[in-house]
Design a protein around this ligand. Structure first.
Ligand code: FES
Ligand code: FE2
Length: 414
């Protein structure tokens, strides 16, 4: 996954903006602002808190009808992160996004613009692209109908069999797509309204994400794995550090302090910082003497994305992007974790620090966090009437996520 991008995939406007902005400085300032609060929490042994605990109905995790509604309302009708620009860096690159139901085909056209279509041949609906490779045009493996990179039907073998069928009416069916600062969002609604990413993310949160310069990040390793738990039970494990010392005594718990968190809420999205043990080494020093920060917290993009901006040995930094998708069944989910080398690390040629960190995180999530998720999910399926799990005031990120989900489902109706 180390192929060099051959095209800078930011838009002209974003490119112009990027050139005039000192992203590293903004990132540092923003990180330090959060760090000041976290250090105060460490000293006072406090954490950001919600007003109080919140009870959750187990049906939230176990009800199949609600699950279907979530898949439709949250994952198909609203924009979701489908890819990063570096997943399809050059004209002709294709990428498949199949995790939310319909197979979505992303393709970068000759001009460098990303198109998204239902990955469905307009002859008899076969899956058009099955192997995402760089292409000049796309041919269906069933009977060879061929489409250009803008989805136009350009070739029908045995065309005499299709007299009266207008080629122009058999273009691939587009779905809304938007590429913004290295992130590519799609909405799986055929011919749907365009996506305004900044409006979707909110201006303040969008600015925080822009600091990360994700358009220049390089993917180092990606792993996809399943879990026998509702996607939210899996997702919940990313939103609190209350469990670090107990569930992860020798892994994350050896690196980070438990039950301390600074939390910034941006509508349904958030950013949080859970302190690493080494913050204590410089917490009494003036801020000017703090090390250049390589840890900038966790960014959560509603409903299912966590970007972990964190440090690895030798003062290097990595981005770990986890995405959790609901499967067909209410108690099954798929997690895709990809580890990136940030733009600020491009002077380092080696890959091992990033691939090793990737393997460590995948191991911790799959063997520690998700073993609990699976057990908890199982118990929730058999929970006695009246039992309600409780999200503590110190688990406020989870409270907000669950509230937003319920509100969106209510607004959408049944
Ligand atoms: S279904 Fe694609 S060419 Fe026939
Ligand atoms: Fe965990």
């Amino acid at each position: 996954m180390s192929e060099q991008a051959t095209l800078d995939p930011t838009s002209d406007q974003q490119e112009a903006e990027s050139a005039s902005v000192d992203w590293a400085k903004l990132r540092r300032e923003s990180g330090n602002a959060l760090r000041r609060r976290t250090i105060t929490h460490i000293k006072n042994r406090t954490t950001d808190l919600a007003e109080g605990p919140m009870l959750v109905d187990p049906a939230v995790y176990t009800d199949s009808a609600r699950h279907e509604q979530e898949r439709r309302v949250l994952f198909r009708e609203r924009p979701v992160l489908a890819a990063l620009s570096c997943d399809l860096p050059a004209p002709g690159d294709t990428f498949l996004f199949d995790e939310t139901g319909p197979s979505i085909l992303l393709v970068r056209n000759k001009e460098g613009k990303v198109n998204a279509f239902l990955n469905m041949c307009m002859h008899r609906a076969a899956k058009l692209v099955t192997e995402p490779k760089r292409k000049v045009r796309m041919s269906c493996r069933f009977h060879g109908w061929t489409f250009d990179l803008d989805g136009k039907l350009v070739g029908i073998p045995g065309a005499e069999g299709f007299k009266g069928i207008e080629k122009e009416e058999r273009s691939l069916i587009p779905v809304p797509v938007a590429e913004w600062h290295g992130l590519i969002f799609v909405r799986a609604v055929p011919n749907g309204e365009p996506i305004d990413v900044e409006a979707h993310l909110g201006k303040d949160f969008a600015r925080e994400l822009a600091h990360l310069e994700l358009a220049q990040a390089r993917p180092m390793k990606s792993t996809s794995f399943g879990v026998n738990a509702n996607w939210k039970y899996a997702m919940d494990t990313y939103g609190e550090g209350y469990h670090f010392a107990t569930l992860h005594p020798t892994s994350i718990g050896a690196l980070a302090l438990s039950n301390i968190m600074s939390y910034d809420n941006y509508g349904p999205n958030h950013r949080m910082e859970m302190p690493r043990a080494e913050f204590l080494e410089y917490s009494d020093k003036p801020e000017e003497e703090w090390p250049d920060t390589t840890y900038n917290g966790l960014y959560y993009i509603f409903p299912n994305v966590v970007i972990n901006v964190n440090s690895i040995k030798g003062g290097k930094q990595f981005y770990g992007i986890s995405r959790i998708f609901p499967n067909d069944k209410v108690d099954e989910a798929t997690t895709v974790i990809t580890t990136y080398k940030p733009a600020s690390m491009k002077e380092f040629d080696e890959e091992e620090p990033w691939t090793e960190m990737h393997d460590f995180i995948v191991k911790v999530v799959s063997t520690e966090d998700y073993s609990v998720s699976q057990e908890g999910q199982h118990n929730m399926m058999y929970a006695p009437p009246g039992f309600k799990p409780v999200l503590g005031a110190n688990e406020l990120a989870l409270q907000n996520i669950h509230r937003h989900i319920s509100r969106l489902l209510e607004e959408a109706g049944n």
